[in-house]
Design a protein around this ligand. Structure first.
Ligand code: ATP
Length: 259
């Protein structure tokens, strides 16, 4: 590697530590092998991106890693701890939060209630229908302000644009204070102004210590935001590295364009 090709970590003097790691991960649906013997490491502290053509197994990989579906074989570790086949709530308790490709909010609840409900399972009192405690409400309002939705906290979520709903979902994820955040297509269906806001937020939260793993088709966002990009094709990684190297990799062009 030449001096001009030093990684962001080397330049910043940051140590590289493995975060979410998969070894030989495999998941088939009938005859379709969605994730095919995939071994990949996403580093702690970075903004990692997972890209690849439609149907290359990115969401299935996410789901296997977060306990939403059980892999057929292989291992998933998080910061050295084996989390293979852990239930989603255990994965969350280990410090991994996630959003979904099709944004999950409760349309007839208010914006504030949506963020409070995201924290509900972590508080027995609120789970049993008691009043939300002051501290929880303050924290929810803090995250709403952070994502730029504090001025609409009393609106029903169905009145928000799709991009605002994605920001709302992110505020709910942040209520658990995860150290690693998986975002499934944060820019999908979102207008350019809000894509910019989501990007800025990711950058700020990363600077505050949060690790990101982002599945995204918006290449402008991926290339401007990520420290490290992994490219999937047919269920496994075919290339990885900093954005500039992945962009120029002939294997990536072939996977996307079939050339
Ligand atoms: N529940 C399911 N049942 C059957 N096949 C599935 C299921 N989920 C995914 N697949 C198949 O597995 C393969 C990988 O799908 P997956 O959604 O993981 O890819 P992806 O890279 O996330 O795609 P996209 O970018 O379009 O969201 C595809 O061929 C898909 O049709």
């Amino acid at each position: 590697m030449s001096a001009g090709q030093l990684s962001a970590e080397a330049v910043a003097g940051r140590a590289v530590e493995p975060g979410l790691q998969a070894t030989g991960l495999t998941k088939s649906y009938g005859g379709v092998c969605a994730v095919n013997d995939a071994s990949v490491t996403f580093h702690h502290g970075r903004v990692n991106a997972l890209i690849g053509p439609n149907g290359s197994g990115k969401t299935t990989f996410f789901n296997c890693a977060t306990g939403m579906i059980r892999p057929d074989s292989g291992q998933v570790t998080y910061r050295g701890r084996d989390i293979t086949r852990w239930a989603p709530h255990r994965v969350a308790a280990a410090g991994i939060g996630r959003s979904f490709q099709l944004c999950r909010v409760f349309p007839r609840m208010t914006v504030l209630e949506n963020v409070l409900v995201a924290a509900r399972a972590r508080s027995l009192r609120t789970l049993l229908g008691g009043a939300y405690d002051r501290e929880l409400v303050d924290r929810a309002r803090g995250w709403l302000a952070r994502v730029g939705l504090d001025h609409v906290e009393a609106l029903e979520a169905r009145n928000l644009s799709y991009g605002q709903q994605k920001l709302l979902e992110l505020a709910g994820v942040l209520m658990a204070d995860p150290e690693t955040i998986l975002l499934d297509e944060p820019a999908g269906g979102v207008n350019p102004a809000l894509i910019g806001r989501i990007g800025t937020l990711v950058r700020e939260l990363n600077a505050e210590g949060k690790t990101f793993l982002i599945v995204e088709h918006n290449m402008e966002m991926v290339m401007s935001l990520s420290d490290h990009v992994v490219v999937f094709d047919r269920g496994r990684p075919i290339a990885e590295g900093p954005p500039w190297s992945v962009q120029a990799d002939p294997r990536v062009l072939e996977a996307y364009l079939g050339v």
